[in-house]
Design a protein around this ligand. Structure first.
Ligand SMILES: CC(C)=CCC/C(C)=C/CC/C(C)=C/COP(=O)(O)O
Length: 289
């Protein structure tokens, strides 16, 4: 086990002192980048030997650059431990992810035009909040249970039973991912949401969006609707997702992933479709028509 290497001031190597950053002579950022570039060209610069050279070099310990190497072992620039290079010379994937995150935050802030009463579209906030309620879990759960209690056909009961299963699966998966990812809601969000549970302080993924995508796909597949109504269902889901960003509740990526997850959740529900044949107990437990 290697303990983190530190420089003469006791600071972990790879964390740049602001007072010395940028100066090769002081161990600043450019030196790290320079060395990480060199490391791919110096013969024998494999990670293990690089680590050994770096840890044994007195130059490394002092945190200064060997401008005048005395012995042959100092002729080559010292190599930094691999972990330092990972931080300061991130992979292409790392750069791509950071850039995506930066664009996401920037775009979400720009689109958060209803985040507060004083925001540029603040007067639209009540409408956005109405949309928020239309995609909330409580009305959907209570509505489904009510319809299930009133349903007088096996076919209707089967569809509603599966809708209930879909809504519960959605709540479970979204809570699980929110709890694992723990991404904070945008700073400009006002936490004035109707009936939330503890994981709802996190924003990834958007639960309203997963529900909107799941429910709309469910409705389109199991309800016979005229074309204008089908268009309305799709529009509702899309506008609900957009309204989450406009209200400042979510970043764009939370909503984009929400659409994806909701869409996939329907595939799971469809695959596990509950029917009197596959889950007779459920249907027997429910009252006969
Ligand atoms: C049966 C049971 C535990 C119901 C809970 C229903 C409930 C509180 C759902 C939460 C809905 C909500 C506020 C989700 C957050 O949506 P985001 O779009 O803000 O992620």
């Amino acid at each position: 086990m290697q303990s983190p290497r530190r420089n003469a001031e006791g600071r972990p190597l790879g964390t740049c002192d602001p007072s010395s950053s940028g100066s090769p002579a002081h161990g600043g950022g450019s030196r790290f980048e320079f060395q990480s570039l060199l490391s791919s060209r110096v013969p024998g610069a494999d990670p293990t030997s690089a680590r050994l050279r770096a840890s044994e070099s007195p130059v490394h310990r002092r945190g200064s650059f060997p401008l005048a190497g005395a012995g042959s072992s100092q002729a080559l620039p010292p190599q930094l431990p691999e972990e330092d290079r990972i931080d300061l010379n991130p992979s292409f994937l790392g750069i791509a992810l950071r850039s995506l995150l930066a664009i996401d935050l920037w775009l979400s802030k720009k689109l958060g035009v209803c985040a507060g009463e004083s925001s540029s579209w603040g007067s639209m906030r009540p409408l956005m909040k109405l949309l928020e309620i239309s995609g909330h879990g409580i009305p959907w759960l209570l509505g489904t249970l009510y319809c299930l209690s009133r349903s007088d056909s096996w076919a209707g009961r089967e569809v509603l039973m599966n809708l209930l299963f879909a809504l519960l699966l959605d709540l479970l998966l979204v809570s699980l991912i929110k709890g694992l990812v723990r991404r904070r809601r945008p700073a400009h969000n006002q936490m004035d949401m109707f009936f939330t549970v503890s994981v709802d302080k996190y924003s990834f993924p958007s639960g309203h969006t997963t529900r909107a995508a799941l429910v709309s796909r469910f409705i389109l597949n199991h309800l016979v609707l005229a074309i204008p109504l089908r268009v309305l269902v799709v529009l509702w889901a899309f506008i609900l997702g957009l309204s989450r960003v406009m209200l400042g509740r979510h970043n764009v990526t939370d909503v984009a992933f929400g659409f994806f997850l909701g869409y996939m959740q329907y595939s799971i529900v469809d695959y596990c479709w509950l029917s009197p044949h596959t889950a007779p107990v459920l249907f027997v437990l429910w009252n006969q028509p």
